[in-house]
Design a binder for this molecule. Structure first.
Ligand code: GAP
Length: 590
């Protein structure tokens, strides 16, 4: 792997082996939710532990050769709903949807994907004067230009276009209130606020074409796209569909206690930025990391666990000086790609892709997706996004919460620059009306680089990467096909299996003694059932890197055989060295 594989066969293998089960399967399952079985839970835990060790406790030195300061957090899944207003998720975290109104169908579809399937070849797109390609990117570009150059009069013209967006009943997608406010206020920031979600941006230009058709057919006409399920042209107009899962806190379900399951772990970090600084006395640059569950009511969960409705993220928010931010962006982009390779993902299957300007999320100055060539797709798919978020989040939370302490006072620089100043007190100095540029030398909102990885997505990539079918000789020397999971030893669910060759001559007792000696250090497995060849096969399928066999010679010379899963080579090793052999294979960077 990953050449193409039959995902249904692969999912069955994962189930049979105890890696991944469908959630609540005995009730028919539930779309977009998955459970990890006995081997899967160990695999995913090893992935999270490796990330925490390599990124939080023991990251490599920074670009300047200095140690990196990183600390962790574990925030609540449910936060004050105002957090999601400030972050932009409450307003813009939505996909456009259409539903089929035909009796007996009533299916729901992503609007932009329907357009692709219906008008993908462009020859079938609606023709004639009615199809005017005035689209949102043009409106935004025009807004930006007018805000910068044009007098107020010209804005009226634009306002009319915005009104048409609202009249076309797709108001919630375009957020006309925001568009209007940005015309009125002429604030470049407000224009940024109108940017579509990442999903919407990715689906351009088809989404825009479809929305434009609606702009020009506001008279109640039906969209002429047949429902992919029933074929009738009874689809509704596109409506915004918020991806956040709602819940209520407290005993009474009311609008006042509406809350959301977090759609990303990042915001917990931003709102605790000050708490972390105050409690740790950290100075810039530093990172805050978190591993935790996130929930998105994805319209189309698919490709096994790739797009789920409940998943786990491993996120770092790295706070730095604005003028050093590009250096840190490059550092994290390169480091994160390298990390996947050190855990056994072949470089050829890892593709970093710098997002185009039109693709960037509303908060991002630049983003590199680290993509992986999953075997279910012809194109590489996102494993992790490394985003330069600028000062977007801290600024937004400062504004929405009214907390003025989400900036940074550079005390070291202030003290170092003391020459020529009449006072050492920053407060006093502020009374002397220094220029904004001078103030910013000492007090500013940090910029943030965010490497955001998916624990489940990487677990799926590791499973795909490890899955191998090869030919090995059986007990009689004939070739047989085996499935072997070639996990990196650090990630392997079981590190070593211990077998007595036969159940006599003291071998089981010696094997059990070794098992008990190793158990406090590693996840090891004792197996004394069946032919040794079959025991090897079972461990190959579980991806166990070492099989240790106690045989007739062990009693004589205190040695055992260690069989390597990938090379099949067997080495005789003193009993006293077994632990060291496994430890060496588990060292980071090995
Ligand atoms: N804080 C930024 C953020 O959440 P994102 O690109 O939406 O950015 C980051 O998500 C990572 O989370 C993705 O690269 C992916 O690995 C994982 N992820 C996102 N949505 C997912 C889903 N529906 N199912 C599984 N993993 C998902």
């Amino acid at each position: 792997m990953p050449t193409k594989i039959d995902m249904a066969k692969f999912a069955k293998f994962c189930k049979d082996m105890g890696f991944i089960f469908q959630s609540s399967e005995i009730y028919g399952g539930i779309n977009g939710f998955w459970d990890y079985g006995p081997l899967g839970v160990e695999l995913k835990k090893n992935i999270k532990d490796a990330w925490w060790l390599d990124m939080v406790r023991n990251p490599p030195p920074g670009p300047d050769g200095q140690e990196i300061r990183m600390v962790g957090l574990d925030c609540a899944i449910i936060m004050n709903p105002k957090v999601w207003v400030a972050s932009g998720h409450a307003g813009g975290f939505a996909d456009p949807m259409v539903s089929c109104t035909a009796e007996g169908c009533r299916k729901l579809f992503r609007a932009d994907q329907l357009w692709v399937s219906s008008f993908g070849d462009q020859s079938q797109k609606p023709q004639g004067d009615s199809f005017v390609e005035t689209d949102l990117p043009n409106i935004i570009a025009e807004l930006r230009r007018i805000n910068e150059e044009e007098p107020v009069g010209k804005r009226e013209e634009l306002k009319k276009q915005v009104e048409r967006v609202r009249d076309a009943k797709i108001a919630s997608i375009y957020q006309p209130a925001l568009l209007k406010s940005c015309i009125a206020s002429s604030e470049p920031d407000a224009i940024e606020g109108t940017a579509l979600t990442k999903t919407e941006q990715k689906s351009n230009p088809n989404l825009y074409r479809m929305l434009t058709w609606h702009l020009n057919h506001a008279g109640g006409e039906r969209w002429p796209v047949p429902c992919p399920a029933c074929g009738k042209t009874q689809l509704t107009e596109p409506r915004a569909f918020n991806l956040m899962n709602e819940t209520h806190t407290g005993p009474i379900k009311s609008d006042e206690n509406l809350a959301y399951l977090r759609p990303e772990t990042a915001q917990g970090i931003f709102v605790n930025y000050r708490n972390v600084m105050d409690s740790t006395r950290l100075k810039l640059p530093f990172g805050i990391a978190q591993i935790g569950k996130a929930f998105r009511n994805e319209i189309n969960p698919r490709n096994f666990t790739f797009r789920s409705r409940e998943f786990e993220q491993m996120e770092i928010e790295f706070f730095c000086r604005p003028d050093e931010s590009m250096k840190w962006y490059e550092y994290w982009r390169d480091l994160r790609k390298k990390w996947y390779s050190t855990l056994g993902v072949k470089s050829d299957n890892l593709i970093p892709r710098e997002q185009g300007k039109e693709e960037l999320a509303h908060y991002s100055i630049g983003t590199t997706d680290i993509e992986y060539m999953f075997p279910f797709s012809d194109e590489p798919q996102e494993l992790e996004g490394v985003a330069h978020r600028g000062s977007y989040d801290l600024t937004a939370h400062a504004k929405h919460s009214g907390n003025d302490k989400l900036n940074y006072f550079d005390e070291e620089k202030w003290n170092a620059d003391s020459g020529g100043r009449t006072t050492n007190s920053f407060k006093e100095w502020m009374k002397t009306n220094p220029s904004a540029a001078d103030i910013e030398k000492y007090q500013f909102t940090p910029h943030v680089i965010e490497p955001s990885a998916g624990a489940d997505r990487f677990t799926l990539a590791v499973l795909c990467e490890a899955y191998t079918e090869d030919k090995v000789p059986d007990a009689k020397g004939n070739e047989e096909t085996r499935i072997v999971m070639k996990f990196h030893p650090r990630l392997a669910p079981i590190k070593a299996a211990i077998f007595p060759l036969v159940n006599k001559d003291g071998m089981p007792e010696t094997a059990m003694k070794l098992y008990r000696e190793l158990k406090p250090y590693f996840n090891v497995f004792f197996d004394d059932k069946g032919a040794v060849g079959r025991r090897y096969r079972r461990q190959d399928e579980a991806g166990t890197p070492f099989c240790i066999t106690i045989d007739g010679d062990t009693a004589k010379d205190n040695t055992v055989t260690i069989r390597d899963r990938d090379t099949l080579k067997q080495e005789r090793v003193p009993l006293s060295q077994v632990r060291a052999v496994i430890e060496r294979a588990l060292m980071p960077g090995s």
